[in-house]
Design a protein around this ligand. Structure first.
Ligand SMILES: Cc1cc2nc3c(=O)[nH]c(=O)nc-3n(C[C@H](O)[C@H](O)[C@H](O)COP(=O)(O)OP(=O)(O)OC[C@H]3O[C@@H](n4cnc5c(N)ncnc54)[C@H](O)[C@@H]3O)c2cc1C
Length: 389
């Protein structure tokens, strides 16, 4: 059969286990993580342990990983985020995909053994440093430089939004080794915590996805040996973008999980809240709006699964990933906004999780590339001969 929408029994089990984990381990502490605004390190440890080993999913077996297909990671990410009602669960599912897979894309066998395998085992954590104070979507304009001198690299610059940097054992950092070459002059480095000249200088609370913060990192004459370069000089952005093509799919599944959670809350409330003598769900403005979200959830999942299947077949899928992320981002914003709308004024209070979901959504959609820029990637695929600004 060419098309089958059924999950295999293994995938059903992945879904069941992720849902159970989200409900038992994350949902009870979701409000607390949001309030304390600290990385839930214990939760990360629990996620890394058997039978889940969620920190090992992106990592090949030879580096102690479990190497799941991207589609299976999507199934787990959607369900854990749905059951926990927390963006943080989805973020922790996606984070081991970023820095470790950049090393997997271009790094040496020694680097993979030293840095990636401990992440799979839940013993270490790697942060990812691409965004800077003056540079976000246009990575080719990076200002951090790595100068090669006397057999070593000297890094100077700043990173912003380097998620969980203060807790990370190491970071993958993008810096220009050949500024004149733009995007082709960017190289990737792995830098260990405690390296002189590498410090987290600020942690700014965010509106949503709390527990994670906008962490600003400074490199000041940070000297690292040349074997901390990942792969070839000038190919750093290529490694990072190949990684992002995959993690943006699993991230979108997290968006879908949170969308479902918002819809479930809104539907439950619409059934029990009365206005003008009827449950508000009986009014078409409410029920049709809820129904539209349900339809769009199915559409988003198809887009996500298509991108995941292409990724698993090793077929180029940048445009498919971008359209899945753009669509899932808009849907998440729409669904969480509707959930607050349906709850009325009470939806803006801490009495209802929709308040947190709304803030999480507003923040989370920017992770791994702003929604407009995903639409730009998509449009470029349609109009390659035109310069789109
Ligand atoms: C929860 C979260 C976690 C994050 N974690 C990390 C991390 O671990 N590591 C890391 O490096 N970064 C991280 N980021 C940063 C994230 O990758 C950036 O926020 C994102 O890439 C967008 O960059 P920017 O915020 O600088 O926006 P900008 O690039 O400044 O864009 C501002 C606005 O302009 C729009 N825009 C830009 N160019 C165009 C265009 N050509 N056409 C139309 N519109 C355009 C954008 O869509 C956006 O709406 C994280 C962000 C969040 C929210």
């Amino acid at each position: 059969m060419a098309i089958c929408f059924d999950l295999t029994s293994e995938q059903e089990e992945i879904r069941r286990q992720a849902g159970e984990f989200g409900e038992k381990e994350v949902a009870p502490i979701a409000a607390q993580i949001d309030e304390k605004d600290e990385m839930p390190w214990d939760l990360w440890k629990k996620m890394s342990l058997p039978p889940h080993r969620y920190t090992a999913m992106y990592i090949p077996k030879e580096y102690d990983g479990t190497e799941w297909p991207i589609l299976d990671i999507c199934i787990a990410a959607e369900e854990i985020t749905f059951a926990s009602q927390a963006a943080m669960a989805g973020m922790l599912m996606e984070v081991p995909g970023l820095a470790p897979t950049t090393i997997l894309a271009g790094g040496s066998d020694e680097q993979k053994k030293k840095y990636v395998a401990p992440v799979a085992r839940g013993e270490a954590f790697g942060a990812f440093g691409l965004t800077e104070p003056n540079v976000g979507s246009d990575a080719s304009a990076l200002e951090t430089v790595a100068e090669f001198k006397n057999g070593k690299y000297i890094l100077n610059g700043r990173k912003r939004y380097m998620s969980f940097a203060h807790a990370a054992d190491w970071g993958v950092v993008m810096a220009k080794t050949d500024p004149a070459r733009g995007a082709r002059g960017i190289s990737a480095f792995v830098i260990e915590k405690g390296t002189p000249g590498y410090s987290v200088i600020d942690r700014v609370p965010t509106m949503g996805c709390r527990g994670h913060q906008d962490e600003e990192v400074l490199f000041k004459d940070c000297v690292i040996p040349k074997d901390q370069l990942i792969g070839e000089a000038g190919k750093g952005l290529k490694y990072a973008l190949s990684t992002l093509d995959e993690t943006r799919i699993t991230l979108s599944s997290g968006f879908l999980g949170l969308t479902r959670a918002a819809l479930a809350e809104a539907v439950a409330y619409a059934k029990t809240r009365f206005a003008f003598g009827h449950p508000i769900g009986e009014y078409q403005l409410v029920s049709f709006s809820l129904g539209d979200i349900a339809t769009e959830i199915e559409a988003a999942r198809l887009l996500i699964y298509r991108a995941a299947l292409l990724a698993d077949r090793k077929v180029k899928h940048s445009a498919e990933t971008a359209s899945a992320k753009a669509f899932a981002s808009q849907l998440l914003l729409k669904a969480t906004n509707l959930a607050v709308e349906v709850h009325g004024g009470f939806g803006c209070t801490k009495r209802h999780p929709v308040e947190r979901m709304f803030r999480d959504a507003r923040t989370w959609v920017f992770a791994q590339g702003a929604p407009y820029v995903q639409r730009l990637v998509n449009a470029r695929n349609l109009l390659p001969e035109l310069t789109i600004r």
